[in-house]
Ligand binder design. Structure first.
Ligand code: SF4
Ligand code: SF4
Length: 178
């Protein structure tokens, strides 16, 4: 199988530089408003600022995948003597907390890296340079397309008949399991 190039997009977060200004939340929610830039509500942002000024805790967290069930346990981090909230670094939209959910519909929100923009807008708007955008190319195995598999199987079926192919697949999968 051949190799293909994949672009990996990363936003590096420098916690020491973040001062909790929430400009990232503001621009993200405005960019994703319908129509675009018509409103700004941090509850709709795909990045949330977890902040506690008394403990000098500022953590920008990006919305990741939705999960239907909460974790069996909770994470709590202590870094350089600062204790961060439970689940403070978690990116999931999950039933146990109210972040990364569209306020009206309750639907999960997920960062899309500002699709269509040359650079993520939260990165552009972070004047403290706490968010650093990086892009790199990686070589990955070329994905086998479903239609290619179907074409290949179709010609085998034409040659040997459906029953024989089905028997062979069943035998091979039994052998793999065993
Ligand atoms: S990259 Fe774009 S979509 Fe993702 S959090 Fe930043 S502004 Fe929002
Ligand atoms: S814009 Fe930058 S400094 Fe301001 S809250 Fe977001 S990450 Fe922190």
């Amino acid at each position: 199988m051949g190799k293909e190039k994949k672009t990996i997009k990363t936003i590096k977060i420098d916690l020491d530089k973040c001062n909790g200004c929430r400009a990232c939340e503001m621009i993200c929610s405005a960019f994703h408003a319908a129509p675009k830039y018509s409103s700004n509500n941090p509850a709709r942002s795909r990045i949330r600022m977890i902040r506690d000024p008394i403990r000098d805790v500022y953590v920008p967290v990006y919305a990741g995948e939705f999960t239907a069930s909460e974790c069996m346990g909770r994470d709590k981090y202590v870094i350089d003597g600062k204790e961060y909230d439970e689940c403070g670094f978690c990116r999931a939209s999950c039933p146990s907390r109210n972040v990364f959910k569209e306020p009206d519909s309750g639907l999960p929100l997920k960062c899309d890296m500002c699709e269509g923009e040359e650079k993520p807008l939260c990165v552009k708007w972070c004047l403290n340079e706490a968010l650093i955008y990086e892009e790199r190319e990686e070589e990955v195995e070329e994905e086998v397309k479903a239609e290619d598999v179907e074409i290949g199987l179709g010609s085998l079926i034409d040659k040997y008949g459906l029953e024989k192919i089905a028997d062979t697949v069943a035998r091979m999968s039994m052998a793999k399991k065993g």
